[in-house]
Design a protein around this ligand. Structure first.
Ligand code: CP
Ligand code: NVA
Length: 318
């Protein structure tokens, strides 16, 4: 079903569905999105034209750098027949203190959907509250839901359902870790978390209430023991560069290496959202080794986000 042209809706209209955190969608909606992503991916691989978003425009706002998020959203939107407007802090009035509420009101009258990569989640929430069209989180300090959407789709492609499985998180208690926790609570798996002291996940920030969705381990080897999936991320996320030297010291033992992979399940996968720093959070023989699925993971960003945009704009197909 085609919903009415969304820019005519008022902010807060019940037909506007935003994707600001992983828990903004429910488990059956994820099951649907994974099915759609598989169909959309197959069409792409076969050069089958599929353009349900003809005449729709995506605005992408980047306040932080990106390679994958930009390419996957931009290529994905064009493939679905739509078009894209790319804005950064430096080349728009966002960098000259135009209030975020005003920016949201203006931008959302001219486009059909918005993707934002920014610092505080609160800024994204404020934009969404003033937007007439769906808003997607392209990464904030707190969450990275599109990445976990791709990661779980990749897990399913390689190993089937993630329900009941163990995901080992080795490293910073950051936006990726928080989002893994939300996904675990929602989809019924467990995250084994190991971070250095001072870099723990905070369940209040992660937004989880079920204590069974994650377990904390002091030693990263113990977190990896028996895991179905081992995953990590940079030691220093964007926006935290001033802490780089202190983090290098604190995180020295949180490098995913062959020993950690050896205590995981024999068929365990390795994932990393990228960009990666070989020799820091992961050794080259792991990320470039046989258990790594990082290139599928990166590619799948595009397929799942196409399914997500289709869902937010058109609802369920068929
Ligand atoms: N994983 C990810 O979001 O990559 P980019 O920072 O390149 O977008
Ligand atoms: N945690 C990282 C992810 C980059 C895709 C960051 O926020 O910089």
């Amino acid at each position: 079903m085609n919903t009415p042209r969304v820019p005519t809706m008022k902010p807060g209209h019940s037909l506007i569905k935003h994707y600001l955190q992983f828990k903004d969608l429910r488990a059956p909606e994820y099951a649907y999105l994974f099915e759609r992503a598989a169909i959309i991916k197959k069409r792409f691989k076969n050069y089958e034209k599929y353009q349900p978003l003809a005449d729709r425009t995506l605005a992408m706002i980047f306040e932080k750098a990106s390679t994958r998020t930009r390419v996957s959203f931009e290529a994905g939107m064009y493939q679905m027949g739509g078009s894209v407007v790319h804005l950064t802090t430096g080349d728009s009035q966002l960098g000259r203190s135009e209030p975020i509420e005003d920016s949201a009101k203006v931008i959302s009258r001219m486009v059909d959907i918005v993707m934002i990569r920014t610092y505080e989640q609160a800024k994204l929430t404020k934009f969404a509250a003033n937007s007439r069209v769906p808003v997607i989180n392209g990464l904030t300090n707190e969450y990275h839901p599109c990445q976990i959407l791709a990661d779980i789709f990749t897990y399913i492609e390689h190993r089937g359902s993630i329900q009941g499985k163990v995901v080992a998180w080795v490293g910073d208690g950051n936006n990726m870790a928080n989002t893994w926790l939300q996904a675990a609570e929602l989809l019924g798996f467990t995250v084994h978390v190991s971070t250095p002291n001072g870099y723990e996940v905070d369940p209040a920030v992660a937004g989880v209430s079920n204590p069974d969705c994650y377990k904390v381990f002091k030693d990263p080897m113990d977190a990896c023991r028996g895991a179905d999936l081992v995953t990590t991320d940079v030691w220093t996320s964007m926006g935290y560069e001033a802490e780089n030297e202190a983090r290098k010291k604190a995180f020295a033992d949180w490098c995913v290496d062959a020993e950690m992979m050896a205590v995981a399940k024999p068929d365990a996968l390795f994932m990393h959202c990228l960009p990666a720093h070989r020799g820091e959070e992961v050794e080259a023989d792991v990320i470039d080794g046989p258990q790594s699925v990082v290139w599928d993971e990166a590619e799948n960003r595009m397929h799942v986000q196409k399914a997500l945009m289709e869902y937010l704009l058109l609802g369920r197909i068929g």
